[in-house]
Write a protein that binds this ligand. Structure first.
Ligand SMILES: Cc1cc2nc3c(=O)[nH]c(=O)nc-3n(C[C@H](O)[C@H](O)[C@H](O)COP(=O)(O)OP(=O)(O)OC[C@H]3O[C@@H](n4cnc5c(N)ncnc54)[C@H](O)[C@@H]3O)c2cc1C
Length: 506
């Protein structure tokens, strides 16, 4: 255990606590406005809620039922801004909602979709329409009684990679990014700022000074503020677990489905990682540590039963090849029903003894506007003037000509005729224009170094370690990529072994 002498303390304008999407987004925005930023994340980047979402960039059609017009408008408007910022990890998706008149009448859905189409400006996303399932590609996977459906647009995002790209963007603008570093405490430094104590995963502690601190600890945000932080806002958070299951694909077309569950919730069935269908989610009050959220047998059964009401091909819990759970940090309100709790966010700035901005709630979809609002408020509190800049700025790897991923991929394949096209496609989706930094001068798979697992080569692993902060097999298989779904069961052991040898050699 080491502690630094106060005279050697590094000083930052802003220390961001939490490396989920909100912390990473705030760090990037603040660094781009010239602020000196440190971000600390107690585990891996995106280790928790921000890698456990349904991965939709969406306005949230169902929130209209709860009159959340402001949230829906804000999120709808953000869809195209985000899609343009990283067309490799985000893309438009069409959603099909089979109609079941006993659950919601068609006129109600039509009004909802009209609002969804018109609450915010759309440039590239097509409008909603009514479809005949007997003729539409999405119809054949569904049971015969479903004849009518509605189709509308939203977006898809690789949530964990979105976090890493924001952290990378922040670092390239000067931010100090420290994964596996917990913020142990903050206290007044006696000079109008904060003394922040950080603890790395090996137990070593250091202290830094900060003019302002951002609490972006997601489901831990309320706990962080109540753990002896002077002057902190005390907003209540309601922790609601949501789980997903992954099954071998139930259909072979690019449409996603949104189903109306018997309890009036909605369930998504989404094409996932080429060979799979992602099904979610549930809403279950969560009382333990957010890090321990796990799907229960009842949730798995519920998700299977609900999709079995729609698809021809029935599934059972035995078909589940993977599952994950996350905890939504929702704003505490009077609702007794978890699905009715607002998905909007609140930013609370306290200024005594020093500026502390706390983030409560939020969605992946609204992270950029949340970060912009947060940094506007920090700039005002720190008495500096810097204009917002992220609305038109691509994320690392997102600067594809005309935002055209297909053209980019075709060019990449033409430039590398001796590399397998499926490998190039996976790398292009993950790294966008940065794929050149992963491939280097490689022309054949032999140039990519050792093939540690099928299709995963030493060159990519080196990139993930040196550029994207990956340290464990889990970081690599489940967050920097979703290779865990595709590779043989012994891959985690093989990667861990390779990482160990790599560490010893370094
Ligand atoms: C099941 C589910 C489905 C969802 N689906 C969608 C969707 O489709 N679309 C959408 O827009 N949104 C969706 N969301 C919401 C979205 O995922 C969350 O709002 C968002 O990820 C929250 O990000 P965050 O950065 O606030 O929290 P997190 O991602 O949890 O990040 C907070 C981080 O803070 C770290 N931390 C905590 N305390 C400390 C400390 N003392 N020191 C250092 N680090 C600390 C934690 O380790 C954690 O990594 C979904 C959420 C869930 C649970």
């Amino acid at each position: 255990m080491t502690t630094m002498d106060e005279s050697e303390l590094k000083a930052f304008d802003v220390v961001v606590v939490g490396g989920g999407i909100n912390g990473a987004g705030i760090a990037r925005d603040a660094a781009g406005r010239g602020l000196k930023v440190l971000l600390c994340e107690q585990h891996d980047l995106a280790a928790h809620t921000s890698s456990s979402s349904t991965k939709l960039i969406h306005g949230g059609l169902r929130y209209l039922e709860f009159m959340e017009f402001n949230l829906v408008r804000k999120a709808l408007a953000e869809r195209e801004v985000l899609l343009a910022a990283a067309p490799h990890i985000m893309y438009p998706m069409r959603f099909v909602m089979p109609h079941e008149s006993s659950l919601r009448p068609a006129w109600m859905i039509r009004i909802g979709l009209f609002l969804y189409d018109h609450l915010a400006r759309r440039r590239s996303l097509p409008a909603s329409s009514q479809i005949d399932l007997r003729r539409h590609a999405a119809g054949s996977a569904l049971q015969e009684q479903f004849r009518k459906a509605f189709e509308y647009s939203d977006g898809w995002v690789d949530d964990a990679r979105l976090v890493v790209l924001n952290a990378l963007g922040a670092q390239e603008l000067g931010a100090d990014i420290r994964p596996r570093t917990r913020c142990r405490s903050i206290s007044a430094d006696g000079q109008g700022g904060w003394l922040v104590t950080l603890e790395s995963c090996n137990g070593a502690t250091t202290s830094v000074q900060a003019r302002a601190v951002v609490n972006a600890a997601g489901p831990w945000a309320a706990l962080f503020n109540s753990s002896g932080v002077p002057g902190a806002a005390r907003h209540g958070l309601r922790l609601v677990k949501g789980s997903h299951i992954v099954v071998p694909k139930l259909f072979d077309h690019p449409y996603a489905y949104i189903f109306q569950a018997t309890d009036r919730r909605v369930i998504f069935a989404i094409p996932y990682e080429e060979n799979f269908t992602l099904i979610g989610t549930t809403d279950v009050e969560h009382h333990g540590s957010p890090a321990e959220a796990k799907i229960s047998p009842e949730e798995t059964r519920y998700l299977c039963d609900e999709v079995n009401r729609y698809f021809r091909k029935a599934i059972t819990p035995n078909d589940v090849v993977h599952s994950y759970s996350g905890v939504r940090p929702l704003l505490e309100d009077e609702s007794t029903d978890a699905r009715a709790v607002s998905r909007d966010y609140a930013l609370e700035l306290t200024t005594t003894p020093a500026p502390l901005l706390s983030v409560f709630g939020g969605k992946i979809t609204t992270f950029r506007v949340l970060a912009e609002e947060a940094v506007n408020r920090l700039c005002a509190a720190l008495n500096v003037r810097h204009d917002p800049w992220t609305a038109a700025a691509p994320l690392p790897g997102g600067d594809l000509h005309n935002d055209d991923f297909d053209a980019f991929l075709a060019q990449l394949i033409a430039q590398h005729p001796r590399l397998p096209a499926p490998l190039l496609k996976r790398l292009a989706r993950a790294y966008g224009s940065r794929v050149a930094r992963v491939l280097g001068d490689a022309q054949t798979t032999a140039d990519l170094g050792e093939e540690v697992c099928p299709g995963l080569f030493a060159r990519e692993l080196n990139y993930l370690i040196s550029v994207e902060w990956a340290q464990t097999a889990e970081d690599i298989l489940w967050r920097r990529s979703k290779l865990g779904l595709h590779l043989p069961a012994d891959s985690a052991t093989k990667i861990a072994h390779w990482l160990e040898l790599h560490r010893r050699a370094a």
